[in-house]
Design a binder for this molecule. Structure first.
Ligand code: IDP
Ligand code: MG
Length: 149
């Protein structure tokens, strides 16, 4: 089982899309193992998006992600990192495949609703930025055997 960090960004919360976005993840069979609503401060945003420092969109990205509350969660499943990325769709909603969260609910790259870790190393770096290990729950679901072979 793999873990990945998912953030419903400020536009997702403001637009009332927490439910629909979580539904997309849940109905695929992914398991939410911790979740909370926070407003990211500038320092946390800088650490989370450190990899993008110096890029033209960096300052606007920090402004966007800190502008209002976000919902942050850890999602678990087989190949959860790739599954979440594919469920979200391409970074630019214009290029995202129909049926993905970004394609179905958004239009612009700077308002693309969701974040998902892009690899195992990234997930291992990002999850502890938001959660202590004791906040992450370990539980089984009776449906797991109907989701995982
Ligand atoms: P990702 O969220 O699909 O992993 P990244 O390349 O890691 O995409 O970029 C992080 C976030 O920065 C994007 O989700 C998007 O909100 C924002 N972003 C990326 N590229 C641009 C851009 O060219 N213009 C404006 N915002 C961008
Ligand atoms: Mg990324």
């Amino acid at each position: 089982m793999e873990r990945t960090l998912v953030i419903i960004k400020p536009d997702g919360v403001q637009r009332g899309l927490i439910g629909p976005i979580i539904t997309r993840l849940e109905r695929r069979g992914l398991k939410i193992i911790t979740m909370k609503m926070i407003q990211m401060d500038y320092d946390l945003a800088k650490r989370h998006y450190a990899i993008h420092e110096g890029k033209p969109f960096y300052e606007k990205l920090l402004e966007y992600i800190t502008s209002a509350p976000v919902v942050v969660m850890v999602v678990e499943g087989k190949e959860a990192i790739e599954v979440v990325r594919r469920t979200m769709g391409a970074t630019n909603p214009m290029e995202a495949a129909p049926g993905t969260i970004r394609a179905d609910y958004s239009l612009e790259i700077g308002r693309n609703l969701v974040h998902g870790s892009d690899g195992a190393e990234t997930a291992a770096f990002e999850i502890p930025l938001f959660f202590n290990e004791d906040e992450i729950l370990s539980y089984s679901r009776d449906t797991d055997r109907w989701i995982f072979e």
